[in-house]
Write a new protein. Structure first.
Length: 482
């Protein structure tokens, strides 16, 4: 039934079932009823139509088909790479056009072994681009323009080779150059032999791309065209369309249906990175925080459908796709940004905020003097975690971190009580282990009113995923673990 399929797309566009239920004020059974009956009460339709309109789409009252609002047809740049699943790129292009997307397409040399540019071009009614050095194309549309014109770059199927090229920033053909030159969200639908998918090289490339904010529609299990069985089949076309619509609407990073909506409708405030406290116009007090842990938490929350305000000190990491980024420099600025971001359902303070600032910071550059180094008086900075924990508009769940060099659990317990937060993730700062500040891995102990939970050493993304899941559980069962 057309209505049911359109409804699925609408749900994806609006952030998943739980987000839609929250908007409509109904439970899961009502939502299934609407689908089963192929109709929606008028008041509920109005709510959904308004939400879709805000995302740039118009909703047909009879079929629930989505059409872009006038002047808002999103441009999807579809890149088809080599593999037996390349033929599904044709169906995918058609389905995306059904949803009102404007298609531009590029095929790699490998893809052309499986389907011809002519067949794709006939479908989308536009030239299909294949060659970086085609001067005619440069005259019509240079590759930079092609990259910049896209609202979403979708690579489907994405071969192991192409993922490796993206992971290492290679730009040796039109498709890889476009991916590098585009600032649009990048969504990959990998497809390959199961052994290739499971190989350590592909795993590493996959994880690296995820960490950079690339979105993925994970491949499916089943029989492969090559005769083997396992994980590696291209995801179903409707799933890729759903993911593309969600990505166009600023949705999640990894498309895993069970997880996508667990924080939908929630506003989460995350602090991340160091603060810089000026000594004079050119010098400052800082620390070694890279922002990796805080940014990973923000990304994991976005992937679960949350609206995330990421308040970040100076870091060199890009902000994860879909967050609202507030860049600050000092603890005072971070405090003000955190207050301004309230109300929030959850606050996670992962930033390494300087405890002190220089009271008499100089306005120019301090000069070396014969009398010795200048005197500096330090004064205490505001404590953001403690302020949020004791705020009149306190978030329902407040989570802090504790970076300790010794007696980790005892110190973290003292911090939990002193600051008044609900959970503390305590991490041991031990330089010789190469963990924590600036590192890719971390090892934490979750301290709350319950017995301490010791989490294994893992990369910061995995810690962020586990934390986001536990936060979602905790909000769903407010009496649990706080
Ligand atoms: O950024 P990465 O390189 O990935 O490293 C991650 C991290 C080590 C920075 C992170 O895991 C971490 O431990 N962050 C907190 C570091 C810290 O400053 O800990 P603390 O024990 O000094 O502070 C305790 C808590 O109070 C923290 O939640 C901190 O954000 C908060 N705080 C501290 C001082 C202050 N003035 N305001 C605060 O909000």
């Amino acid at each position: 039934m057309r209505f049911a399929r359109n409804f699925e797309h609408l749900i994806a566009l609006l952030g998943g079932s739980e987000a839609v239920q929250a908007r409509l004020g109904v439970g899961p059974s009502a939502l299934s009823n609407y689908k089963a009956r192929a109709s929606l009460p008028a008041t509920k339709f109005d709510l959904l139509a308004e939400a879709a309109r805000q995302a740039g789409w118009q909703l047909d009252p009879d079929t629930l088909a989505l059409a872009p609002l006038a002047g808002m047809r999103p441009v999807v740049l579809l890149i088809v790479t080599g593999g037996i699943a390349a033929y599904k790129g044709l169906d995918l292009a058609r389905r995306l056009m059904d949803q009102g997307c404007q298609l531009r397409a590029v095929m790699t040399r490998g893809a052309q072994q499986f389907i011809t540019p002519l067949s794709l071009s006939a479908l989308i009614g536009e030239k299909v681009y294949t060659d970086l050095f085609d001067l005619t194309d440069e005259a019509e549309m240079g590759h930079i323009n092609l990259a910049r014109s896209a609202d979403l770059v979708l690579v489907a199927p994405a071969s192991a080779h192409f993922m490796a090229k993206l992971a290492h920033g290679l730009a040796d053909d039109l498709a890889s150059t476009l991916c590098l030159a585009s600032e649009a969200p990048l969504l990959l639908a990998p497809a390959m032999n199961p052994v290739m998918w499971a190989s350590q090289a592909t795993r590493d490339n996959h994880d690296l791309l995820i960490r950079r904010g690339v979105q993925m529609v994970q491949p499916a299990d089943g029989d492969m065209a090559c005769g083997e069985t396992g994980t590696g089949r291209l995801a179903e076309v409707p799933d890729i369309v759903r993911a593309a619509l969600a990505a166009l609407a600023g949705g999640g990073r990894i498309i895993q249906p069970a997880k996508t909506a667990s924080l939908a409708g929630r506003h989460i405030l995350v602090t991340s990175g160091p603060t810089h406290e000026p000594i004079d116009q050119v010098r400052y007090i800082a620390n070694r925080s890279s922002g990796r842990q805080g940014h990973a938490i923000a990304a994991a929350c976005v992937a679960r459908g949350a609206q995330v305000t990421l308040i970040s000190g100076p870091v060199s990491l890009p902000a994860p796709h879909g967050v609202r980024l507030v860049q600050v420099e000092t603890a005072d600025e971070m405090m003000a940004a955190a207050e301004a971001a309230l109300p929030a359902d959850i606050a996670v303070c992962a930033a390494a905020v300087a405890d002190w600032r220089v009271e008499n910071a100089a306005s120019g550059k301090l000069k070396k003097q014969a009398g010795g180094p200048p005197e500096m008086r330090l004064v205490e900075n505001p404590d953001i975690l403690a302020s949020l924990s004791n705020h009149p508009r306190r978030p329902q769940l407040v989570v802090g971190f504790a970076a300790e060099t010794d007696t980790l659990i005892d110190h973290a317990r003292v911090k939990l009580a002193k600051k008044g937060c609900d959970w503390i993730l305590a991490n041991q700062v031990a330089q010789e282990q190469g963990l924590v500040f600036g590192a890719e891995h971390n090892q934490v102990v979750l301290i709350s009113n319950a017995p301490p939970e010791i989490w294994p050493e893992q990369d910061k993304q995995a810690i962020a995923e586990r934390l986001a899941d536990q936060m979602a559980d905790s909000l769903a069962r407010p009496d649990a673990a706080q």
